[in-house]
Design a protein around this ligand. Structure first.
Ligand SMILES: C[S@@+](CC[C@H](N)C(=O)[O-])C[C@H]1O[C@@H](n2cnc3c(N)ncnc32)[C@H](O)[C@@H]1O
Length: 361
């Protein structure tokens, strides 16, 4: 033992070991959530009248007869995480019910208002998780300096894999549609003023058009365009009220009063964000004609003060390393806006973890 090293008390040593192992095993909660999503346990509970015993679940999910006790162990972690609730009858039998979290995991076709099960698969995804194993190499190896974490792990960018692997791309794009539908529902309930008085809007990197669809449903007079990569636009569901344009956001953004970018700039480093924002500035109307850029992004440190959202912003930031992206603090956003030639901005913390940022020319 080094001379200066202090001997830990027995209690400290014990607690330190417990805390360390607890951190090491945190990923099990994510994996259990993914398993419950793939097994469609929320649907099983819902279809069983909103409450289900272990045998009910086993019947619904097609469990192998030897695996009943294994399902019980999985459910124990999932109730600990607040994904399900459990009550034990007099005979000790467990009955599981949905929580507000697992209600978001009901499938399409099962009575529900919102679904986020594909988003679980976007986050808890073998290629996303595998990327995180390369952080050490990405941070230290010379050849990795100009690459994203994803490229170090997989030899291609996130966008290239989405383009070339239709299953992976399908899950990603479906997940973004789900996220956008939930986010837009909240934004339109809490802050629909952001869209008032606009004649035309381009959603840049708008994927399959879920944000634009929500905007035109609420404001049918707004002429909405979605710009995304050509292979994404080619597979977008048709919508007579939205014009889809295939292209590269670094090259050209169609003209409109307002440009909206949801979850785009957090995928890119500072200099690329300045380039994108300059393109946006060329595309929008003058400020006195209602011109602005609407960003839907995390502003680290702004939003709900509760532990879960605050922690989520920081976890999200490290997650975004995989595309060489970043979740920014206000001063980092401001630097981008000023360098791109914008004069002013307003942050509206509307989504707990994420904000609307209006940026004015
Ligand atoms: C994180 S997703 C966000 C999608 C959508 N805005 C949302 O929040 O649901 C990023 C989007 O940017 C698109 N994208 C990436 N590079 C692009 C480029 N160079 N030009 C246009 N779109 C691009 C992707 O295809 C993808 O749809």
């Amino acid at each position: 033992m080094a001379q200066n090293e202090q001997v830990m008390s027995t209690e400290d040593l014990l607690q330190a070991q417990i805390e360390l192992y607890h951190h090491c095993l945190a990923f099990i909660k994510s994996m259990a959530l993914r398993a419950a999503t793939d097994l469609r346990i929320p649907d099983a509970i819902h279809c069983n009248g909103g409450a289900a015993t272990l045998s009910d679940l086993a019947a619904h999910v097609g469990l192998h007869p030897t695996k009943l006790s294994h399902l019980r162990r999985l459910m124990r972690v999932l109730t600990l995480s607040g994904i399900f609730t459990v009550v034990h009858g007099r005979d000790g039998e467990a009955t599981y019910t949905l929580t507000r979290v697992s209600r978001l995991l009901l499938s399409d076709g099962v009575e529900r208002t919102h679904g986020l099960s594909q988003m679980v698969r976007v986050f808890v995804n073998p290629v996303a998780v595998a990327s995180q194993f390369s952080i050490h190499e990405w941070l230290t190896v010379e050849q990795a300096a100009a690459m994203s974490l994803f490229e170090v792990a997989h030899g291609c960018t996130r966008w290239e894999m989405i383009a070339n692997d239709s299953k992976d791309g399908g899950v990603f794009n479906a997940g973004m549609v789900e996220d956008s539908s939930v986010a837009m529902d909240i934004i339109l309930r809490k802050s629909s003023n952001v869209f008032r008085g606009i004649n035309s809007l381009v959603d840049v990197g708008g994927g399959y058009g879920a944000v634009a669809a929500a905007v035109v449903r609420a404001f049918p007079d707004i002429k909405c365009t979605v710009l995304d990569l050509p292979h994404i636009v080619a597979n977008a569901p048709s919508n007579n009220n939205i014009q889809f344009v295939g292209g590269d956001l670094f090259e050209f953004i169609p003209a409109a009063d307002v440009v909206l970018l949801k979850f785009i700039l957090h995928c890119w480093q500072h200099d690329d964000c300045v380039k994108i924002m300059r393109r946006c500035k060329e595309a929008i109307s003058a400020r006195d004609a209602g011109g602005k850029v609407i960003l839907i992004e995390v502003v680290v440190g702004i939003g709900s003060n509760e532990t879960v959202p605050k922690e989520m912003q920081l976890l999200f930031d490290v997650f975004m390393m995989y595309t060489d992206g970043i979740e920014r603090e206000e001063h980092e956003w401001k630097k981008i806006f000023l360098e791109a030639g914008f004069s002013d901005y307003k942050i509206i913390p509307v989504l707990g973890v994420r904000s609307i940022i209006e940026v004015y020319p």
